[in-house]
Design a protein around this ligand. Structure first.
Ligand code: ZN
Length: 170
């Protein structure tokens, strides 16, 4: 076989600090994540937990601006994502879509001969994605219980859905 197709992969080095602590200490004066260079900023934004610690060390959500489609915005990493808790059906579909992308990539990447470390990233993603869905299922249960709202009611009530979980922009 010919030369391997090389894709750059790198190990995430997030140091020893807890994630939320690391992100809390990497904010610019506007409250947006910023690293020492472009790559670091990219990694900080990609690993954002959408929360920070305030001056008293209390955990604060940094998500606001829920639109009519239930999409919210993180003030730290500037990501827009679904604020509504996932229903069982939606979660199943989202996982299937993600796995489809990963499997499609695994298949073609191997066929064209990508390097071993790129294959490893894809293999890890396939395992990780399944864990993500499991964690989502568990925490959604807890969130629903805390807000004391049924899935049906949530669908029609985007504003109150995020309720105590959101940050109002001031
Ligand atoms: Zn974020």
């Amino acid at each position: 076989m010919g030369k391997k197709l090389k894709f750059k992969t790198y190990n995430l080095d997030l140091g020893n600090k807890k994630l939320v602590e690391l992100h809390s200490k990497s904010l610019d004066k506007h409250g947006v994540l910023k690293g020492r260079n472009k790559k670091e900023t990219k990694v900080l934004k990609a690993t954002c937990m959408h929360h920070k610690l305030n001056k008293k060390g209390k955990l604060k959500s940094r998500v606001s601006d829920v639109d009519k489609n239930g999409v919210c915005h993180c003030l730290m990493c500037e990501a827009d994502f679904r604020a509504l808790p996932y229903t069982k059906e939606d979660r199943k579909k989202a996982l299937a879509d993600s796995l489809n992308l990963i499997d499609n990539t695994k298949f073609y990447a191997t066929a064209v001969g990508v390097n071993e470390s790129a294959q490893r990233v894809l293999a890890e993603a396939a395992v990780t994605m399944r864990v993500v869905a499991k964690i989502n299922k568990k925490v959604t249960k807890i969130v629903m219980k805390k807000d004391n709202l049924s899935e049906k009611k949530k669908k029609n009530d985007v504003e109150s859905t995020l309720g105590s979980w959101s940050t109002k922009r001031k």
